[in-house]
Design a protein around this ligand. Structure first.
Ligand SMILES: Nc1nc2c(ncn2[C@@H]2O[C@H](COP(=O)(O)OP(=O)(O)OP(=O)(O)O)[C@@H](O)[C@H]2O)c(=O)[nH]1
Ligand SMILES: [Mg+2]
Length: 424
């Protein structure tokens, strides 16, 4: 390779060479400079109209394209005081010089960056093929499927509440271990139940479709209640249709039962098709890593199905609507949670960093609307503040939530409405 690296600090030359190699750049010149906080702030102010320091800045010149003579790729300025990982910042900056753009490339740049860094840290690992596949979560309502997905992913991607039938859509949570080269795509699903209306019919159909396509099924059981008829029905009738698929069983809520879990583990192992049983507490995290590592070994050899830095396939609107619905479920009781849906309209970002979210809570009758609003608006006020707090945790900044309650009669039975809500 005839790239001129004289203007790259010696310590970073292997990283720069590896990055150019991945990017297919064979010749040219580039400079990498380590700068102080003051300098990176000046560069940001001068070239990006931002008066603050950042970890790295790239100034591409010719780009990597073909052409006569040696090319000038450009300069990278790295500020170690603002880097959690200087090597990563160098690789990131050099990829930008080579024409990569993480804001528009759907994860390609960050995946390339991870691959280069993994190769620099553990050269043997790069030659190992990656594993990636779908794990479908099966189980009765309220056993802790969504809590377990969140625990494996490591961040809240699916709402989990004490109300049964919280989950309505198939939500994919992504857990990537770049060091091991494995990715689990966990498909959180509604609990298995008898359909009562178009909504629950669609939910059940979706459960069946997703389980039919999963690479591995994770059957979740509530350890506190033990193995029951519902769990047997799922193992025999639903999963029995897929004798080819491995079924792993998580006996959850281990924190509630201590040593009494032992007979439940034995019962679970007897369930038809169950291959391995793991005791876990999705809430406390006990046993979750062991389960995730085992699931990863069962994934097929495949490139990553999602960019490694992605945690979920949900749009910001859907995630926010779910957080609002979760807040409303916890503040209402009896049949009302089943009638509630939330929909997010506009999400605006103000100059001062405040996120403005316009949302509606749907109910099915005027009397439900009255209950959700509460005396003098007290309940909707509580729902609004709970929801705002979880939105703020999710966006990592201040949120102004404009929440309206609307009556949408029979939305649960309305095919068009369900289509629009993305419950398919
Ligand atoms: N003590 C304890 N509670 C748990 C554990 N896992 C889940 N829970 C609680 O069980 C309730 C139901 O959890 P979810 O994750 O919503 O259950 P789910 O299976 O997704 O429920 P549906 O979506 O309704 O099918 C919530 O209140 C959780 O906090 C656990 O390991 N220990
Ligand atoms: Mg759930």
């Amino acid at each position: 390779m005839s790239v001129d690296l004289t203007d790259v600090p010696v310590a970073f030359r292997p990283a720069v060479e590896a990055t150019l190699g991945e990017a297919g750049v064979e010749s040219g010149h580039l400079a990498v400079e380590l700068v102080g906080e003051q300098r990176i702030r000046e560069l940001n102010r001068e070239f990006r109209s931002r008066d603050r320091p950042t970890d790295v800045l790239s100034f591409p010149v010719d780009g990597p394209g073909p052409g006569p003579g040696p090319r000038e790729l450009g300069d990278v300025a790295v500020c170690p005081e603002h880097c959690s990982d200087t090597l990563e910042a160098v690789v990131h900056g050099v990829l930008h010089l080579c024409g990569f753009d993480h804001e528009t490339d759907h994860g390609e740049m960050l995946a390339t960056q991870d691959r280069i860094l993994a190769g620099l840290r553990d050269p043997v690992a790069v030659t190992r093929p990656t594993r990636s596949g779908f794990v479908g979560l099966a189980g009765r309502p309220n056993v802790g499927k969504s809590t377990l997905v969140n625990a494996i992913v490591g961040s809240p991607v699916a709402i989990a509440t004490v109300r049964p039938q919280t989950t309505r859509r198939a939500i994919r949570g992504v857990a990537t271990d770049t060091e091991a080269g494995t990715q689990l795509v966990l498909v959180d699903l509604p609990g298995v139940q008898r359909p009562r209306d178009v909504l629950t019919e669609r939910m059940q159909r979706r459960v069946e479709q997703e389980l039919a396509e999963a690479d591995v099924v994770l059957l979740v059981i509530n350890g506190e209640e033990g193995v029951g008829a519902g769990d047997r029905y799922i193992a025999d009738s639903m999963l029995g249709a897929r004798p080819d698929v491995k079924v792993i069983c998580a006996v959850n809520k281990a924190d509630r039962i201590g040593r009494n879990i032992v007979p439940v583990l034995a019962e679970a192992a007897e369930l038809k098709g169950v291959d391995q049983v793991f005791p876990v507490s999705a809430l406390k995290g006990d046993g979750v890593d062991e389960l995730a590592r085992y699931l990863a070994t069962l994934m097929p050899e495949s490139p990553y199905l999602y960019p490694p830095d992605e945690r979920s396939d949900q749009s910001p609107e859907l995630l926010m609507a779910e957080l609002i619905r979760g807040a409303a479920l916890l503040r209402t009781r009896d049949e009302i949670p089943h009638s509630i849906e939330a929909k997010v309209g506009r999400i605006g970002r103000r100059e001062d960093g405040l996120t403005v979210v316009e949302a509606e809570i749907w109910v099915e009758s005027e009397s439900q609307k009255g209950i959700v609003i509460g005396r003098n608006g007290s309940r909707i006020h509580e729902i609004g503040s709970d929801a705002r707090r979880s939105l703020e945790r999710s966006v990592g900044g201040q949120v102004h939530l404009q929440l309206k309650v609307r009556v949408r009669k029979r939305w649960r039975r309305d095919e068009d409405m369900l289509d629009r809500l993305g419950i398919e």
